[in-house]
Design a protein around this ligand. Structure first.
Ligand code: ZN
Length: 239
């Protein structure tokens, strides 16, 4: 095998290991992020309930003020009734009093409805609050665990990153640049084998003349389809 390709396959093994550590760190952190998201959504739901309760309370106070106005109007009409001269006036006052009483009854019912709804909302809110209180503690604990776990992985990663850097120094700069570019574009796999004339990166056939050049192994060649750096994998390996 070409010396440069040998170096790159070694480097690729290490780079894939580094990527695995990164994946592990991201997985640990993303689980925590999901949990935090749910927590924040619950917190927002609690605030929404709190607002609903406050709005209902304002509505209730408004209705009670209207109710008290209505009561004084009725009292006023009741005292007027003592002084009425005609039956027509009397009937009209009587109707006003009846209407007032009806309106009071409606408002009282509305107040009861509002209070019942608020009571139910307050109950849900209290339950949610006690749950989020526990979740907040659990989240803090998980957060520090994730940090610790990630720290350990970072430590392991740092060791092989050092190894990677010293290996990379031995590779010709132009070759390394090409490898790094392919590695990023091709999901970590920049160097792949060719088996039975097929690129093991994209599984497309390599034209015969190109394959013959790869077989010689004297220079670095790329897959014409996916551009990955190719080396020949003997067929006996797979059988
Ligand atoms: Zn390919």
């Amino acid at each position: 095998m070409n010396e440069e390709i040998k170096q790159l396959t070694g480097l690729q093994i290490i780079d894939l290991e580094i990527a695995k550590f990164d994946d592990e760190i991201n997985a640990a952190k993303s689980a925590l992020t999901m949990r935090e998201k749910v927590f924040n959504e619950n917190q927002a739901a609690i605030e929404e309930l709190q607002e609903k309760i406050e709005t209902a309370e304002a509505q209730r106070r408004e209705l009670e003020a209207q109710l008290s106005d209505e009561l004084s109007r009725i009292k006023e009409r009741q005292s007027k009734m003592m002084q009425v001269q005609t039956n027509r006036e009397y009937q009209s006052l009587l109707k006003e009093i009846e209407d007032g009483k009806k309106s009071i009854k409606e408002k009282e019912e509305e107040i009861v409805r509002i209070m019942e709804t608020s009571e139910a909302n307050a109950k849900i809110m209290a339950e949610q609050e006690s749950l989020t209180k526990e979740e907040k503690k659990a989240l803090a604990e998980e957060g520090s665990q994730v940090e610790k776990h990630a720290g350990k992985i970072e430590g392991k990663k740092a060791k092989i990153v050092t190894k990677r850097n010293s290996m990379a120094k031995k590779v010709k700069a132009s070759v390394l640049k090409k490898y790094d570019m392919l590695r990023i574009r091709r999901n970590g796999k920049a160097v792949v084998g060719v088996r039975k004339g097929v690129c093991q990166g994209c599984f497309m056939s390599i034209p015969p003349q190109h394959f013959n050049d790869i077989l010689k192994g004297d220079r670095m060649l790329n897959c014409p389809t996916c551009q990955r750096i190719l080396f020949h994998e003997p067929e006996s390996d797979e059988e």
